[in-house]
Design a protein around this ligand. Structure first.
Ligand code: SIN
Length: 314
């Protein structure tokens, strides 16, 4: 592997030795899984999106892998906010690795309650506010309601003085990109993470003539190869619209060094790997680091800043 090539990156003041992270939700629900990510080549870990109290999540089967990715309707199974805050406080900013603390309240009040606890805690790392979980029965993805996003961020920044990122769902229309960017540009957010799974897809087994997961009649978030073009479009569209000081984490459809290269060309500062990390485990961070360095070596790039955001158009 070329050793004059650096995969270091930063978000605001936070340094990451490697651009690769796990995506919240995959192999990151227990401290054992999180420790394994921190011990790997990854630049840090993201905790499973927490709710104030522990949750069992939706009924099984609630995840199904396919040849092109997966569908899930996990329903935020997690060990509760205090469990992840304790881990984040104990492991923050160790030797070029960051812990990103992900939260996903089931209501505005739950989100504000957790953000107040973070503000009062010793955790001084990045918090990721997940406004895009598609799998809570009866609830909409908040980030599709632009005025609701404005309201929650208005309430948040009355007291929250730490660094905040927002996990967004995919948007599909130029008007949506314009609207969400206009809202986010009005607040001191540190980064956005684009994208969460493509919500409420449906995968059918033609042999059994059945949906493949049980919750919500088979509807669930789609991840993996299916969603890379949508993820790249969201990273690119947001990079073109957000304030330059707002960083972007690119998530969606990453299986190889080439996929990471494309995300960075579109403007990603860091990337997160979800579905494929679920398939391969922490060794994926070695493989993809090697593949990315090989591409950079061939092209004569020594750091990710050399090509970040430099996508050409025809
Ligand atoms: C889930 O637990 O349902 C997935 C979380 C998410 O998509 O935000």
């Amino acid at each position: 592997m070329p050793n004059n090539i650096s995969l270091k990156a930063n978000i605001g003041d936070y340094q990451f030795d490697n651009v690769l992270l796990n995506a919240a939700g995959i192999r990151c629900a227990t401290t054992d899984e999180l420790d394994k990510i921190l011990d790997s080549q990854a630049g840090g870990c993201v905790t499973k999106s927490a709710t104030p109290e522990p949750r069992k999540g939706n009924e099984s089967p609630r995840m199904k892998a396919t040849a092109l990715g997966c569908i899930n309707s996990m329903g935020l199974p997690n060990h509760g906010f205090d469990y992840y805050l304790k881990f984040a406080e104990a492991n923050q900013n160790k030797a070029g690795k960051q812990v990103i603390l992900s939260i996903a309240g089931l209501s505005v009040d739950q989100n504000l309650e957790m953000l107040k606890k973070i503000q009062a805690s010793s955790f001084d790392g990045l918090t990721e506010l997940n406004l895009s979980c598609p799998n809570i029965k009866g609830e909409s993805q908040i980030a599709y309601d632009f005025e609701a996003v404005r309201e929650i961020l208005t309430d948040t920044f009355k007291f929250f003085k730490k660094q905040l990122g927002i996990k967004l769902p995919p948007y599909f229309d130029m008007h949506q990109f314009d609207r969400i960017a206009e809202v986010l540009n009005g607040f001191p957010i540190t980064y956005v993470n684009a994208i969460n799974s493509v919500g409420n897809g449906l995968i059918v087994n033609p042999e059994t003539e059945s949906a493949v997961i049980k919750p919500k009649g088979g509807f669930g978030g789609i991840g993996g190869q299916y969603i890379k073009p949508t993820a790249l479009a969201n990273v690119r569209a947001l990079r073109l619209r957000l304030r330059p000081d707002i960083s972007i984490i690119g998530t969606g459809g990453i299986r190889s060094g080439q996929d990471v290269f494309e995300h960075i060309l579109c403007g990603a500062n860091l990337v997160q790997i979800g579905t494929q990390f679920g398939f391969e485990g922490t060794k994926i961070f070695d493989r993809i680091s090697r593949e990315l360095k090989e591409i950079m070596d061939k092209k004569g790039y020594q750091s990710v800043a050399d090509f970040r955001g430099k996508l050409k158009t025809l």
